[in-house]
Design a protein. Sequence first.
Length: 237
Amino acid sequence: MDLPSLRRETRYGMPAADQILFNRNYVLGYSYYFRQAKWALEIIDPDSTGLDRSDNFRPDYRIPDIFRADLVDYRGSGYDRGHLVASANQRETELQNSETFLLSNMSPQDPNFNRDIWRELESEVRNLNLKPKILETYVICGPIFDFAMPVKSIGTKDKNDVSIPVPHSYFKSILAENNKGTLHMWSFVIPNKKSDQSLDAFIVPTSQVEKFAGIKLWERLVGKKIDKEKSKIRKLW
């Protein structure tokens, strides 16, 4: 049995979810209501061996059938099976990379979002992690729904008429620890659509992400300094 306190990824906290899925190199909180993850938490793995992507997308059979996303739900939908934990972040072994292709790690993303600005942000986080003074880089990301707006959905109607709602935006919060033990946060909220803006335009206070996503981030970190860090808009590294 996995105990959250024994996982490196959860050192600084882990939000609540309907089902917590412990993978070998990341932890994910699944929402039964949305049939997708509320959040996915990882430590960026610097030991990439240059393996090719597994591309073996498949259902996650740990999730009860009536709440589980299947390949057919995405087929012909016009949306990508968008990674939360990026495939390129986990390429030390084939098994490690393969786990990122579980559909529990996917969310319906506009192709122009997934293949452009979201991919750019993933790459920039890896660049941050490669900086000599950075010891570890923790990343949590997930969908955001704005219920003041219409909600599109994808999926089949053969499972109790349940479909997968399409998020309006996605968040990503980065917690980086340097070689002096200092922690810095960067958080982003990016609409699920094509964008010609730079990543800087989407940096927001971490406290704002908590309000939008309805979860607590890095809750094991407490104190006035942390509260100040969460309210800060920090420029892109």
